[in-house]
Ligand binder design. Structure first.
Ligand code: PLP
Length: 453
């Protein structure tokens, strides 16, 4: 077996009879994996022992050979997580400002979350949705209350939560609003990011996300983000919903004009159009409030949530909404084998409790404003703009700055951040950081920028 990528690997690890057979050789500058019976050996020796035996080059080679190439990771092999820190194979510590794209709000391996998870593992982890379970019952109530909404449809990933919102809105459109069959429209925004299913990428404006994946689901209208007049003009009698992120995170930390969120709420109410906020990335304290819509009291009819709901350890997501909308789902309309499993349910409840106990919203508001001020005070000639709300911060660099090189410089100074669109580096550290770590982030970013001038 040979692989074409990565060409850089130069390691030569001979077969080790005491260890595993996964040997990475270089052969005419190509990595060759020489392992046949991995699963038999892992069964005999234990998975974690097998993991411990891999070196960084082997990790990269195996990932490139056996995994599809739909990501382009930095060459860092993370072996441990600890609060706001991650550690690589050489023991180097990094401040994790990517944080699984805001999912690690609690830091890595939050104790309350992991203890709950371990204790639940002595009971039951996965049941069928054909039956009830107490953990799910409490999760449904807890999440509805936390969101100040009525009902919850549990899922796993953010994209599933968004898909669920789309189905709810369409069914509401036909059964409650009276839109003629198959005519329902959902209005969305340019530069959106709502996930990666074929329906969702179909209404993306990012060519790279959709090229080669059509044909796409019809029924979506795209308008500019932050433009209330565009929304007013786009609404028709067949409009079931408007769906947007309250701050476009993947789109480059784009914050809409003041007043936009509340104007959207009013316009939707006036026209009997559902308002769907995708709070998968902005939700759960990231922007300094429980949810970003709370900055303008623009309460949605349905909302997609995910990421930090899993406490940084499991995928847990949901569509949460008003009863009038949520009750359109009848048995058989929608489902997920893993959505609402007892293990995920208790982890999510522990995650919600920790958000309150640790005052993550207040912390995010205070430290976010502090970090933004200090970053602006750096006055780096490389920076075009610093944008942020809470600890969702974008550092946009000027055209001409070599972002790949800057990214590598950040890494060399022990800070993990990757650029989103519009030449913007996202700083979304775990919300558990304190002032000293906020200073440390600014210090490391400043050093990296200076070095790249
Ligand atoms: C706003 C938003 N919605 C949906 C998603 C998709 O979430 P997932 O990757 O868990 O499917 C993301 C992921 O980054 C997101 O930022």
């Amino acid at each position: 077996m040979r692989i074409a990528r990565p060409q850089k690997i130069r390691s030569l690890n001979r077969y080790n009879p005491q260890g595993y057979c996964w040997v990475v050789l270089t052969y005419h500058n190509e990595a060759v994996i020489a392992s046949k019976n991995l699963w038999v050996e892992i069964g005999l020796k234990g998975v974690l022992a097998a993991v411990d035996e891999l070196n960084d080059d082997q990790v990269i080679a195996l990932s490139e050979q056996f995994g599809t190439h739909n990501y382009h990771p930095l060459p860092i092999n993370i072996v441990r997580g600890d609060g706001p820190w991650v550690v690589d194979g050489q023991g180097k510590h990094y401040l994790d400002c990517v944080g699984a794209y805001s999912a690690v709000a609690h830091g890595h391996l939050n104790k309350a979350v992991t203890e709950t998870l371990l204790r639940q593992l002595e009971r039951v982890a996965l049941t069928s949705r054909a039956f009830y379970n107490s953990e799910l019952a409490l999760f449904l109530m807890g999440l509805a209350q936390y969101c100040d909404l009525d009902m919850v449809c549990p899922m796993n990933t953010g994209a599933e939560a968004v898909e669920t919102c789309i189905k709810l809105a369409r069914k509401w459109g036909y059964t409650v609003k009276g839109i003629p069959d198959n005519q329902a429209e959902i209005i969305v925004c340019a530069d959106n990011f709502h996930g990666r299913t074929t329906t969702i990428v179909g209404f993306s404006t990012e060519e790279g996300y959709k090229k080669g994946f059509g044909p796409f689901t019809p029924g979506f209208k795209i308008i500019p983000f932050g433009d209330i007049e565009a929304l007013r003009n786009a609404i028709t009698p067949n409009t079931a919903a408007f769906m947007a992120e309250p701050i476009q995170a993947e789109g480059g930390i784009i914050i809409p004009p003041d007043g936009y969120l509340s104007q959207v709420r009013q316009l939707c109410s006036d026209n009997n159009v559902l308002l769907i906020w995708d709070e998968v990335q902005t939700g759960f304290c990231r922007t300094g409030k429980r949810f970003a819509w709370m900055h303008e009291d623009a309460k949605p009819d349905i909302m997609a949530v995910g990421k930090p709901l899993g406490g940084g350890v499991l995928p847990v997501s949901a569509a949460v909404g008003r009863k009038e909308v949520m009750q359109v789902f009848q048995p058989g309309d929608h489902g997920s084998t893993f959505g609402g499993n007892p293990l995920g349910a208790v982890v999510a409840l522990a995650a919600l409790a920790e958000m309150e106990n640790l005052k993550l919203a207040e912390r995010s508001a205070e430290l976010g404003a502090y970090v933004v001020d200090r970053l602006r005070a750096l006055n780096s000639p490389l920076i075009h703009e610093i944008r942020g709300r809470g600890l969702l911060i974008g550092v946009e660099v000027n055209p001409g700055v070599d972002t790949k090189r800057l990214s590598a410089t950040f890494v060399s100074h022990g800070i993990l951040t990757k650029e989103t669109r519009h030449r913007t580096f996202r700083l979304a550290p775990p919300l558990i950081i304190d002032q000293a770590l906020a200073d440390e982030i600014v210090h490391r970013v400043g050093k990296s920028l200076k070095e790249s001038e």
